[in-house]
Design a protein around this ligand. Structure first.
Ligand SMILES: [Fe+2]
Ligand SMILES: [Fe+2]
Length: 331
C-alpha cells in the first residue's frame, strides 16, 4: 500500500470566511494590548521593573493624564479580557495543538504576496467600520516605522511590518478568537503562574493529565524552545510560514513566534526550558516588544507613500522565485 500522502493538493480556491467579526477580534486584541501596557506600567510603579523597562516606559509617551484614561480602559478591558482568557485557557490543549499543526501542514489556505496579505487583513478586519481607531496596515506600518526611526536593521523593520499578518488565520479555519490572539504559553507541561489569570486553567483537561500537569511535562530542562509547542495562534502560524518561505534571521523568527509569549519575555517564567540560543532570542524579543505595544500613538503612516520602501525589504527577505516579480506566499 502506498504511504499516506502528507500534503494534500493545495486548495487555494477556499473562500475567506468573511462573515467572521473582524472588529470583535480587534476589540479583544486591543483590550489584550491595553492590559499588557498596564501590566508594564504597574511593574514600573511597584518598583519591580528593570531599569531597561523603566526607560522604555518613560519613553513611551504615557503621561499622567493618559495613564488615567488607560487605567479606565484597563478596567473595562479586564472583563472582556478575562472572559476571553477563560475560554482560551480551557481550550488550548495538547490535542488541539497537534490538530491545529496538522491542519496547517496539510493545507494551503491562500496564495498572496506579503503586501496583498496586509491589504486583505485590513479589509477583513476594518471594512465594516471606517472610524476604527487603528487599521491593521497602520499598526504594522507604525511598528515598522518606529523601528526604522531607531535605525535598526532592515530585517528588524520588516519584522515589524509583518508581525501580525498571522491574524489572517481568523478568516480561515480558526475556531474562534481564542486560537488567534492573546498571550501565548507552552502546552504539554504545567501551566505556569506567570501566565495571565493562571486560575482559569481549571477546566483545561491537560491540567489534570498525569504528565502534562508536571512542571516539565513532556519536555526536559534546557531542551530549547524550538522543541516546545506554544499555544496555537497568529504568532505560531506566521512563524511557520516565515520559517519556510523567507530568509529572515533567527532573531526575526523569534520576534514573530514569541511576541505574545508574555509569561516568558515579560513575566520571567519558563526559564528552565531555555538553551543558549534562546538567551539571544529573548534579548531580540524584548527589543521588539516596545515597538508593538507603544507605537500605536505615533503619527498615522501613509501606506501609499511607504510602499516602495517596504517593497524592497519584502523582496529582500521574501525573494521572488523565477517568473515572479513578488514572492507569492502560501498561507
Ligand atoms: Fe500580535
Ligand atoms: Fe502587533
Amino acid at each position: 500500500m502506498a504511504p499516506a500522502m502528507d500534503i494534500e493538493t493545495p486548495n487555494v480556491a477556499e473562500n475567506f470566511n468573511d462573515h467572521r467579526d473582524g472588529l470583535a477580534l480587534e476589540a479583544t486584541s486591543d483590550a489584550i494590548d491595553d492590559v499588557n501596557v498596564m501590566k508594564a506600567a504597574m511593574k514600573v510603579k511597584n518598583g519591580t521593573a528593570t531599569q531597561e523597562e523603566v526607560d522604555i516606559y518613560d519613553q513611551s509617551q504615557f503621561d499622567a493624564e493618559k495613564d488615567k484614561t488607560q487605567f479606565r480602559q484597563y478596567e473595562d478591558a479586564c472583563d472582556r479580557v478575562k472572559n476571553f482568557y477563560r475560554e482560551q485557557h480551557e481550550k488550548q490543549t495538547v490535542a488541539y495543538n497537534l490538530k491545529a499543526r496538522n491542519d496547517f501542514k496539510t493545507k494551503t489556505r491562500a496564495e498572496m504576496t506579503i503586501w496583498q496579505a496586509m491589504e486583505k487583513l485590513n479589509t477583513l478586519i476594518d471594512e465594516s467600520d471606517p472610524d476604527t481607531s487603528l487599521s491593521q496596515i497602520e499598526h504594522l506600518l507604525q511598528a515598522a516605522e518606529a523601528i526604522r526611526r531607531d535605525c535598526k536593521p532592515k530585517w528588524f523593520q520588516l519584522t515589524g511590518l509583518v508581525h501580525d499578518l498571522g491574524k489572517l488565520l481568523f478568516f480561515y479555519d480558526s475556531r474562534g478568537q481564542w486560537d488567534v490572539v492573546g498571550d501565548t504559553f507552552p502546552v504539554g507541561c504545567r501551566f505556569d503562574e506567570s501566565i495571565i489569570y493562571p486560575g482559569t486553567f481549571e477546566n483545561n483537561p491537560d491540567s489534570k493529565d498525569p504528565i502534562y500537569s508536571e512542571k516539565h511535562g513532556i519536555y526536559s530542562p534546557g531542551c530549547g524552545m524550538d522543541n516546545i509547542m506554544l499555544s496555537w495562534g497568529h504568532d505560531e502560524y506566521l512563524y511557520h510560514i516565515c520559517k519556510e518561505q523567507s530568509t529572515l534571521p533567527d532573531e526575526a523568527l523569534a520576534m514573530i513566534r514569541y511576541h505574545s509569549f508574555y509569561p516568558w519575555h515579560s513575566a520571567g517564567g519558563y526559564r528552565w526550558m531555555m538553551n543558549d540560543k534562546d538567551e539571544k532570542m529573548l534579548a531580540a524579543v524584548k527589543a521588539f516588544n516596545p515597538y508593538d505595544l507603544y507605537s500605536k500613538s505615533d503619527e498615522m503612516p501613509d501606506p501609499a507613500k511607504l510602499k516602495e520602501y517596504y517593497m524592497e525589504l519584502i523582496n529582500t527577505y521574501f525573494p521572488p522565485r523565477e517568473g515572479e516579480t513578488e514572492r507569492v506566499i502560501r498561507w
